[in-house]
Ligand binder design. Structure first.
Ligand code: HEC
Length: 137
């Protein structure tokens, strides 16, 4: 029993480590680590192989395993957004925008799991870039 529990914990630790490595460049392996907003934006939309482009490309090619894996990484990254403070604007509005960001990435995960390329593109187009930037960037 104890050994099994230990194994599970170990697997959890590896999973967390993999996530931390996937999420990236800043911070430590603490469970509540933060990733700054600029990094999240770059990894989501700007870097070469950004999540948005990579997920859409994988979906287009019918590589659903890759697409789903990437989308899940992206959703985990997006969940870190709300731990940051916005550069400007009200905390409540920021919270709502961050929650929408997370919902959008979750919809993309679901679309990948459903192997629905149209839904992937539709969801990936649902981020409120201008709305959030105007209020909080
Ligand atoms: C939840 C709010 C929010 C949403 C939604 C959002 N952004 Fe951002 N974005 C920000 C904030 C805040 C910054 C400023 C980060 C900083 O402090 O440098 C930013 C910065 C950026 C940057 C500059 C990153 C850098 O430092 O080089 C890019 C590029 C960007 N966003 C692209 C996008 C695109 C494209 C979308 C929509 C597909 C989007 N963002 C949606 C909040 C958001």
């Amino acid at each position: 029993m104890v050994r099994k529990a230990l194994k599970v914990t170990f697997a959890g630790a590896i999973g967390l480590l993999a996530l931390v490595v996937a999420v990236g460049s800043t911070g430590t392996a603490a469970e509540d680590k933060t990733v700054d907003t600029s990094t999240i934006m770059k990894k989501s939309f700007k870097d070469k192989n950004n999540y948005s482009a990579a997920v859409k490309a994988a979906a287009k090619d019918g590589k659903w395993e890759d697409a789903t894996k990437l989308a899940k990484e992206w959703a985990a990254l997006g969940a870190a957004l709300g731990k940051n403070k916005p550069n400007k604007g009200e905390a409540k509005g920021w919270e709502e925008q961050c929650a929408k960001f997370v919902d959008t990435t979750k919809a993309i995960v679901k679309a990948c799991e459903d192997k629905d390329a149209k839904a992937v593109n539709k969801s990936a187009g649902a981020f409120n870039c201008a709305g959030c930037h105007k209020a909080h960037r």
